[in-house]
Write a protein that binds this ligand. Structure first.
Ligand code: FAD
Length: 232
C-alpha cells in the first residue's frame, strides 16, 4: 500500500512533545506539507505497526509552514496508543493525508462539536476556524469521570464537559442539551453539528438532534472508536 500511495505519504519529524497531562500528549510534526490541502475536521493517518494504520485529527495544520499538531489520547488499549506513547523529538514518521469525510462547513454561522477524549484536537481546530470566519462554536465533551477537568486544558471556549457512560452512551450530554434547550434551539437552522468520538454515543446524539428538528444535512458524523473494534 505504501508503495502504491507513495505520493500521499509525507515524511514529517517530531519537533515538539508536550504532555498536557499523563494521558494527553500533544505532538508537533514538521515537514514539507506544501502539496497538501487541509480543511479543519480533516484527519491524517499514520502507520503504527508494520500492519496497522490509525487515524488522528490535527488540532492545527499549516500547509505553508509545514506544521501539524495532534493531541493523542493515550488510553493504553491498542497499537495506536502505544505508538503515540513512544514518539519522541527527532523521530521521523510518514503522515498520510489529510483527508476524510468530515470538514468545516463555512455556510453555517454556528458550529457545535460533540466528542470525547479523542476529539480535543478537533474541538480546538473547529473553534479556531470559527473565530477566523467570525462564526461561533461550542464544544460538548463527554469524558470519564476522572477526566472531567480536562476541558480546562484546551482552548475551545465556550465548552462543557459531562460524564460519559459506558452503559448509556451520550446520556449525560443529551441531558445537558435538554436542560439548556432554550439557549440553542432557536439557532438550529444556522448550526452545523459535528459528532465524533465513540460510535454508540454518536448514534444516540444523532437520534436526539433529529428528534429536536435538526436536519440530516446539518449533522456530520465521524466515529473515532468503538469498543471491541480495532482502528476505525
Ligand atoms: C477519523 C478519526 C480521527 C481520530 N482522531 C483522534 C485524535 O485526534 N486523537 C486521538 O487520541 N484519537 C483519535 N482517533 C481515535 C484513535 O484513532 C483511536 O483511539 C484508535 O482506536 C486508537 O487506536 P489503538 O490502536 O490505540 O486502539 P484500537 O486497536 O483501535 O482499539 C483497541 C480497543 O481499545 C478500546 N478503545 C479504543 N479507543 C478508545 C477510547 N478512546 N476510549 C476507550 N477505549 C478505547 C476499544 O475497546 C478497542 O476495541 C481518531 C479516530 C478516527 C477514526
Amino acid at each position: 500500500m505504501s508503495v502504491v500511495f507513495k505520493n500521499m505519504y509525507h515524511p514529517v519529524t517530531v519537533t515538539g512533545v508536550q504532555y498536557l497531562n499523563e494521558q494527553l500528549k500533544k505532538i508537533r510534526f514538521e515537514g514539507d506539507l506544501s502539496k497538501t490541502k487541509f480543511t479543519p475536521g480533516n484527519v491524517v493517518e499514520f502507520r503504527v505497526t508494520p500492519n496497522d494504520f490509525r487515524h488522528y485529527t490535527p488540532a492545527y495544520f499549516n500547509t505553508a509552514t509545514g506544521v501539524c499538531e495532534i493531541i493523542f489520547y493515550l488510553h493504553n488499549k491498542g497499537a495506536g496508543s502505544d505508538w503515540a506513547k513512544q514518539l519522541k523529538e527527532g523521530d521521523t514518521v510518514k503522515l498520510l493525508g489529510p483527508g476524510g469525510k468530515l470538514s468545516y462547513v463555512a455556510g453555517f454561522k454556528h458550529h457545535f462539536v460533540f466528542g470525547d477524549e479523542t476529539a480535543i484536537g478537533l474541538m480546538n481546530c473547529i473553534q479556531r476556524e470559527a473565530e477566523e470566519n467570525g462564526h461561533s462554536s461550542f464544544a460538548l465533551m463527554e469524558a470519564q469521570e476522572a477526566h472531567r477537568d480536562w476541558i480546562r486544558l484546551f482552548s475551545a471556549q465556550p465548552a462543557e464537559c459531562v460524564a460519559s457512560s459506558f452503559q448509556y452512551p451520550a446520556d449525560f450530554a443529551i441531558r445537558f442539551l435538554s436542560d439548556s434547550a432554550e439557549d440553542w434551539m432557536a439557532a438550529i437552522p444556522d448550526t452545523c453539528f459535528y459528532l465524533t468520538g465513540r460510535a454508540k454515543s454518536i448514534l444516540a446524539m444523532r437520534k436526539y438532534l433529529l428528534s429536536k428538528g435538526v436536519a440530516m444535512k446539518q449533522i456530520k458524523t465521524e466515529p473515532y472508536w468503538a469498543e471491541g473494534k480495532k482502528g476505525l
